[in-house]
Design a protein around this ligand. Sequence first.
Ligand code: SF4
Length: 146
Amino acid sequence: MSLKLKALLKSPWVFHLSTGSCNNCDIEILDCLTPRFDIERFGILLAGSIKHADVLLTTGSCNRQSVVRLKRLYEQVPKPCLVAAIGECALSRGMFIHSYNCPVPLDRIIPVDVYIPGCPPKPEAMIAGIVKLIEKVKAGQKRKKK
Ligand code: SF4
């Protein structure tokens, strides 16, 4: 396991990007940072810049305008970068599925590693999703060793 991946799994730094959400999912992400849920106790930190991030938390329905920014940010993030799709909009475009402005779901634009469903998903679901993502990567690394 590379040093970068080892550090990522120990303390993933997350960057939050909204690609056209109603902001409810974003509020739930902020809730994870409050003392009630306090995700920092798991080593999960909110990064201010995409260039410092290990995990990209994406919300929203990927409208035409934000897709350009999403691709540009994904190019800038240091690899390996894990992507979490948060909320129905990011998973399948949710209620915007028939909108002319949201032609494709997130996983057709960039690779997604974990899907966290809900409209909006609860902070507990987000924390469980990130923990599962870390376990998935660890299991993948163990399988590679064998
Ligand atoms: S999944 Fe629901 S709460 Fe989240 S951005 Fe879409 S409509 Fe809003």
